[in-house]
Unconditional design. Structure first.
Length: 115
């Protein structure tokens, strides 16, 4: 069955960096765009960014532009989210997403930015 498994979350100080990974299985990873979403406590889930099938095209939400980078390795069925210059407002559960109707979701990984 379809699985998306995120990892790499944790506690980091403001200004620090984290790299999230999302390992996909159960579908043809290289045939779908991949997305990262996040959901902070008490807030709606929001799109962080996306990457095209080939990885040549990426898009980012304004709050993370210039700080976050999405990449993918189709040989490893994995998408990454490199997060630099982290801020307390980046604290959230981060989810990867894919599928023909954006209907494939991982379980999420917690990122906490705090001193």
């Amino acid at each position: 069955q379809v699985q998306l498994v995120e990892s790499g979350g944790g506690l980091v100080q403001p200004g620090g960096s984290l790299r999230l990974s999302c390992l996909a299985s159960g579908f043809t990873f290289s045939s779908y765009a991949m997305r990262w979403y996040r959901q902070a406590p008490g807030k709606e889930r929001e799109l962080v960014g996306s990457i095209s099938i080939t990885g040549f095209s990426t898009n980012y939400a304004d709050p993370v532009k210039g700080r976050f980078t999405i990449s993918r390795d189709n040989a490893k069925n994995t998408v990454y989210l490199q997060m630099n210059s982290l801020k307390p407002e980046d604290t959230a559960v981060y989810y990867c997403n894919s599928g023909p109707n954006r209907n494939y979701w991982g379980q999420g990984t917690q990122v906490t930015v705090s001193s």
